[in-house]
Design a protein around this ligand. Structure first.
Ligand SMILES: [Zn+2]
Length: 170
């Protein structure tokens, strides 16, 4: 875990052209820079959680789960927040294709409840860092006048269908 990353530097190092911001394009770009495929999935989250990032321990993949029953602008914000946890190298849960397929088949919950325990020692500090970075990214989008893109994304249905296909489950 690297908690000393400067958020301004993290954004700068991404070398992303904020004139062309969309959450999907941004996530794809971050994945290319970090050499990890980042898969963002609308999800029915437990009541206490808006989103969760989980790292694949077998393949170069990161999964971002986000609450699907909030307005789009909030869905985009949650994805930026979780992406920020990833960019800052925070501690997180590990998962893999087999575990996710199991969850989907048996209709059991993902191990969301283990996440707060994992980060409990410095939870508020990590949350402040993730929020600061997410806000900084949003500021860049606003600066380049792509305000409408903070509230637009593919529909949850399309994304979920794509995800199930990736998992070989549709
Ligand atoms: Zn968080």
């Amino acid at each position: 875990m690297n908690t000393n990353l400067n958020p301004e530097k993290v954004v700068k190092d991404l070398r992303y052209d904020f004139h062309t911001f969309s959450i999907d394009r941004f996530i794809t770009h971050v994945g290319e820079i970090k050499k990890r495929e980042i898969i963002s999935i609308p999800w029915t989250m437990p009541p206490t959680l808006f989103g969760a990032w989980m790292s694949d321990d077998e393949e170069p993949k990161e999964y971002i789960f986000y609450r699907d029953n909030v307005p789009l602008i909030h869905q985009v914000h949650i994805q930026l927040h979780e992406l920020s946890h990833f960019l800052l190298g925070h501690v997180t849960l590990h998962i893999n294709r087999k575990k996710i397929a199991n969850v989907l088949k048996k209709n059991t919950p993902l191990p969301f409840t283990e996440l707060p325990r994992l980060r409990s020692s410095d939870k508020s500090e990590l949350e402040v860092q993730a929020e600061t970075l997410a806000a900084l990214i949003q500021k860049q989008v606003i600066k380049h006048s792509n305000l409408d893109q903070l509230a637009s994304d593919l529909s949850s249905e399309t994304k979920l269908a794509n995800f199930l296909k990736t998992m070989g489950l549709s």
